[in-house]
Design a protein around this ligand. Sequence first.
Ligand code: HEC
Length: 186
Amino acid sequence: MKRLIQAICIATITTASAFADDRQVIKVPSEIKAMFLEEMRSHLDNLNEITLAIASGDFKGAAYVAETKMTFGHGMRTLMLDKGLTPEQIDAIMESMRQQNGGTMGRGKGMGKGMGGGGQGMGMGRYMPDEVRQLGQTFHEAAANFAKVAKSVSSPATAEDYQNVFNALSETIDVCSACHSSYRVE
Ligand code: HEC
């Protein structure tokens, strides 16, 4: 009996600590929190769109979703696409902006801050601690790499192509998880 009680106590303690939320809190104004979580939910939709595109063998479509909705400055891209620029023209503009900024744009300034009046940026970078902005940047880079890998698939796609594409996608999802296991917003 004593053993059983001991076992229950240990189980309770272990469960309690497993449920303790020791993630770091990011404090943001409530409207920013709402925007942030909305953007997050859209990322889950993006992942779903990407997965569906891959399932139907549409690698260009998968790359397009990642590039227009998940890479650094995705809001800018959407704006430029709306204005009728071609993806090639946009790539060139983004590249020259990256160079002008000596690579500092985004580094520590992601999540809309670097893009300032980009219009579509979340503009909440200033509420984010540096490490979170860094993770955001890592996330954008992983998405950009995924887009690159997916775009390079020629048709017909080989088993190796699928492996490469899913590996790159998994690296992107890893960043989602890394951030979620360390931070929460309040
Ligand atoms: C830079 C950090 C970061 C990255 C990268 C990130 N998230 Fe989040 N996400 C968060 C934080 C912080 C929350 C709030 C969690 C909380 O308060 O419990 C969140 C919440 C969410 C939510 C819940 C939204 C809600 O309405 O409550 C979803 C869904 C989500 N993220 C999906 C994703 C997906 C999918 C990815 C990757 C494609 C991703 N996130 C990448 C930080 C991040």
